[in-house]
Design a protein around this ligand. Structure first.
Ligand SMILES: [Zn+2]
Length: 448
């Protein structure tokens, strides 16, 4: 753990008072004439006595000690509290009070900053002595918008409660042209990586980022951003609107609630972006081998290539092509490290030659569409880092690129009317936001 001890101003005042006290007594003594001369020569202050009224010192109650502790690998909450100065019994009771609100084994993470406050336990009359400090409160971060506070209640008891942090939300507009890739140009234009990943995920049902993006294509996006009380950005949130313009065709998407109450993205006609399975379950990959008969690169004879290969650097995240259950996540002969996900009664997808599995991905685990399940590698019979991707229909491999993907919900009636009015207000909001600095630069270059 990393300690940063901050004494509140009140305590600094005490320290000052303690230092000043003997000097004050001395000076007061000198002025009143009750103390004999000897000390005068030892004190320069005595030669020019300061104004007496300023030296009336009243003991102030000692202030609390506030420790900010950064959690490091291997720390546990009990030891952190004890090291910060809490008594073991207090630390234990405080941790017990967290039940149902905060689970240290799950919620305490490396990098978390804990605020541990120790209050003075001695009474004011003994201020000159070293005060005895006891754990009085504790603040634990949970998420960017929530934290848990534990406070000493009556006696030796502690009470924990969840606090919602006051945040302000703003909408951010970014747009630009694509001359490299959506990822590179979007990042350079100021789209945070987490938002960019979500943007790519939204479009990956419709867009093959390897083959569908051309120079001169463009993007627009409006997303949410949260700031804390110190005006620092603590979260980049939901995308409210996005539009890719590909070879002159605009593909706008709007965030909207489905009839089932979940959030999805819909095009201007009210059709869900969500498709049953992703065409390309990773970003920035190059299609290196298609489905069909080919001469096997290692075995040398012609056989069916029962999937498609995407060349990508080792470690590139691989997404679950759809919601489903992991059936296999283990070594499987020439496939090397292999994952198979069952999506529904008809479809499964398989991913081979992985470098490794994402945390928590194992046989029987539920995964969500777009969730990272593993990483590109070259395990098994493989000539270089790539993802071998298969779609199985009724247990038989089919050509993923030829699959006609069923579309998601299509809004109708009242839902469609509600969506259309939301769409208009989102468009108006987007137009009202300041255009990004980048397009201003581009306009300027045209006039130069
Ligand atoms: Zn392959």
């Amino acid at each position: 753990m990393k300690f940063d001890l901050r004494k509140k101003p009140a305590l600094l005042a005490i320290t000052a008072a303690v230092i000043v006290l003997p000097a004050a007594a001395f000076i007061v003594g000198t002025v009143s004439g009750t103390d004999p001369v000897p000390q005068v020569s030892t004190s320069a202050a005595a030669a020019t006595p300061p104004a007496i009224p300023a030296l009336v010192v009243e003991p102030e109650p000692p202030g609390p000690l506030v420790h900010t502790v950064e959690i490091e690998n291997g720390d546990n909450l009990m030891e952190v509290l004890v090291k910060a100065g809490a008594e073991r019994a207090d630390a234990y009771t405080a941790i017990q009070s967290l039940k149902g609100v905060y689970d240290p084994r799950r919620d305490l993470r490396v990098g978390d900053e804990l605020q541990i406050t120790l209050g003075p336990a001695t009474d004011i009359s003994r201020v000159a002595e070293t005060p005895d400090y006891k754990l009085s409160s504790l603040r634990l971060p949970v998420t960017y918008d929530r934290e848990v506070e534990v406070e000493r209640a009556d006696g030796d008891d502690f009470v924990a409660r969840e606090i919602e942090l006051p945040l302000t939300t703003e909408l951010v507009r970014v747009s630009g042209a694509i001359d490299s890739s959506l990822f590179v140009n979007g990042r350079d234009a100021g789209i945070p990586i987490s938002v960019l990943i979500e943007l790519i995920r939204i479009y990956s049902f419709d867009v093959d980022f390897q083959r569908d993006i051309w120079s001169g294509d463009a993007f627009e996006i409006m997303f949410e951003r949260q700031r804390n009380e110190d005006d620092a950005v603590v979260n980049n949130g939901d995308i409210h609107y996005a539009k890719l313009t590909l070879r002159g065709t605009g593909l706008p998407f709007y965030r909207f609630e489905t009839s089932k109450g979940t959030i999805d993205y819909f095009n201007e006609k009210g059709e869900s972006v969500r498709k049953a399975l992703m065409k390309t379950p990773l970003d920035g990959a190059r299609l290196s081998s298609r489905f069909g008969n080919r001469k096997h690169p290692i075995l040398g004879y012609t056989r069916l290539h029962a999937g498609v290969d995407f060349a990508a650097p080792t470690g590139t995240p691989i997404y679950a092509a759809g919601d489903g259950t992991v059936e296999v996540a283990s070594n499987k002969g020439g496939y090397g490290k292999y994952i198979r996900i069952r999506h529904n009664g008809t479809y499964s997808t398989a991913y081979a030659h992985l470098n490794g599995y994402a945390r928590g991905v194992g046989s029987g685990k539920r995964v969500r569409q777009g969730q990272v399940i593993g990483y590109v590698g070259t395990t098994g019979s493989s000539t270089g880092p790539h993802l071998h991707y298969e779609i199985h229909r009724d247990g038989k491999q089919i050509n993923p690129l030829g699959l006609k993907l069923p579309s998601g919900e299509k809004l109708k009636g009242d839902r469609l009317a509600t969506f259309q009015s939301l769409r208009e207000s989102v468009d108006a909001r987007y137009a009202s936001l300041a255009p990004p600095a980048l397009s201003a630069t581009a306009d300027k270059s045209l006039t130069d």
